[in-house]
Design a protein around this ligand. Structure first.
Ligand SMILES: Cc1ncc(COP(=O)(O)O)c(C=O)c1O
Length: 399
């Protein structure tokens, strides 16, 4: 596909074709998997040119690889960014990016609720190296304004937020950052939505990160991540954060699986969203449920902003049962079809308890401060027939 027609084709078409032309690969419909660590040079000048960046081409697979390049081109296209970098995990993408952008004395202004390991990397990792981590409620713009400072280099958030499903206004937060200091990088974790539902770079954000382990891969059979941004930022993350700091390199085999997964991304997201909407509506009416957190519900406080910035409401739901923690444990232990497992975005419906699992990196006090309640249950709506998922949830709730 040539660069000039890429955005004229629809998202579904680009998910199948962007970045790959079978004519360049002996007609092979699917991309070759280049299982190679290194690349042979014609002569010393060519090797030196590739290392210095004066000559295009691969030289070592800790930096780039032809199979990986196809995925990176496809992801950049779908997120409407200039360039992308695929990594060994979502945490590999987040850490390689932040190690590249930050220095001691810089401040990262972060939304108060984050995926547990991202929180841990910032609070227990970056802080040790002299980076100031400042938490604010990004749904409260006055709180953001009160905490922006001359030291702010990066603003970081997820939306919808893992696990409590708050929705953050990407355009408004990016606008606040840029009007304070145009050099501040606004970084959004787009794992929950994928570009099929939300494209933060078109709303003023600078950098998108993903756990490709989730919806992008889509089948629960791999761990991977990605960063999408302008070409210069991606180059810096590749040759420093990835090559020298984390070494979190993706395998070409994993790249192949993600490329296969992305071909059905839009189809799968449609079904995830439809199933999640029906599950959330059932839970919202259920007498054992205290509160459902899902932006597709009209009574959800984030419904309006989600309707504006997301193409649909996603496949993730959170809820609190009336009996709190004990009721949650009892319900989770009774599930028969849905799997009691962390991760999300798989074909299987996955349910978990953030306080004891994905967000156990926060202490009890930290969970209290950061809005993660002990009774919260997180559901990743799978691709099964929705009546079967609902029947399983109902029996676990005691119907
Ligand atoms: C929102 C979000 N971001 C990042 C990550 C980290 O991704 P990975 O597990 O691929 O390292 C996760 C993992 O659950 C996540 O849910």
């Amino acid at each position: 596909m040539s660069a000039d027609n890429k955005n004229k084709l629809s998202f579904a078409t680009r998910s199948v074709h962007a970045g790959y032309n079978s004519a360049d690969h002996q007609g092979s419909l699917n991309p070759p998997i280049y299982m190679t660590s290194t690349f042979a040079f014609d002569d010393v000048a060519q090797g030196a040119g590739r290392f210095s960046g004066e000559e295009p081409g691969h030289f070592y697979s800790r930096v780039s690889n032809p199979t990986q390049e196809i995925l990176e081109t496809r992801l950049a296209d779908l997120e409407e960014g200039e360039a992308a970098l695929a990594t060994a995990s979502g945490m590999g993408a987040i850490t390689a990016t932040l190690w590249t952008l930050l220095a001691p004395g810089d401040q990262v202004l972060v939304d108060k609720t984050l995926y547990g390991c991202t929180f841990s990397f910032m609070e227990h990792g970056l802080k040790k190296f002299g980076v100031d981590i400042c938490f604010a409620d990004f749904t409260d713009h006055d709180d953001i304004k009160a905490n922006l400072s001359d030291k702010t280099r990066v603003m970081y958030f997820e939306t919808p937020v893992n696990p409590n499903m708050r929705v953050i206004d990407i355009a408004a937060v990016s606008g606040l950052a840029k009007s304070y200091n145009s050099d501040i990088k606004v970084m959004v974790d787009n794992t929950y939505c994928t570009p099929a539902l939300q494209r933060p770079l078109t709303m003023g954000a600078d950098i998108v990160v993903h756990s490709a382990t989730k919806y992008l891969g889509g089948h629960g059979d791999l761990i991977a991540g990605a960063v999408v941004a302008d070409a210069e930022t991606i180059h810096q993350i590749r040759v420093f954060g990835l090559k020298d700091m984390t070494g979190a390199v993706i395998s070409p085999m994993t790249v192949f699986l993600i490329l296969r997964g992305i071909k059905t991304l839009q189809l799968r997201m449609e079904r995830h969203c439809k199933n999640a909407q029906a599950i959330a509506e059932m839970l919202d009416q259920h007498p054992a449920v205290d509160q459902v957190f899902f932006p597709g519900l009209k009574n959800d406080p984030w419904h309006q902003i989600a309707s504006l910035q997301m193409d649909d409401f996603g496949g993730m739901i959170a809820m609190e049962l009336k009996g709190g923690y004990q009721a949650a444990v009892s319900m989770l232990n009774k599930l028969k079809l849905a799997k009691l497992a962390v991760s999300l975005g798989d074909a299987e419906t996955l349910i978990q308890h953030p306080a004891s699992m994905t967000h156990s990196t926060y202490t009890l006090e930290e969970r209290g401060e950061h809005g993660i309640t002990e009774g919260l249950v997180r559901i990743s709506a799978g691709l099964e027939a929705v009546e079967d998922i609902i029947a399983d949830l109902r029996q676990a709730l005691g119907d």
